[in-house]
Design a protein around this ligand. Structure first.
Ligand code: SF4
Length: 93
């Protein structure tokens, strides 16, 4: 079974209007040379735009914390866990 197929079995409860991760300053993302978040996020929450911008959609976030760690250079991410009852619902077994 492929990783994508495994991930597809999880469910995500969206906390409408209250994303648990935010980009502080989009201008900093535009100037960031590597945009490594667009490569390393296992859920593909970060996407490169055509205009060197970075977009973030937190639906489907696995709460792994990778983006928080890899953006230490710019410290441009506000990260917290979703409120209780929201976020990723892992399927085990
Ligand atoms: Fe992606 Fe992990 Fe960051 Fe969620 S916590 S947006 S899965 S890198």
């Amino acid at each position: 079974i492929q990783v994508e197929e495994k991930l597809y079995q999880n469910r995500y409860r969206v906390d409408e209007g209250r994303p648990h991760i935010k980009i502080k300053d989009r201008e900093i993302c535009s100037l960031c040379s590597h945009k490594i978040c667009t490569v390393l996020c296992p859920a593909g929450c970060y996407r490169k735009g055509t205009d060197s911008a970075v977009s973030l959609i937190t639906d489907g976030c696995l709460e792994c914390g990778t983006c928080q760690v890899i953006c230490l250079e710019h410290k441009n991410i506000l990260w917290e866990y979703p409120r209780g009852g929201y976020g990723i619902l892992y399927k085990f077994g």
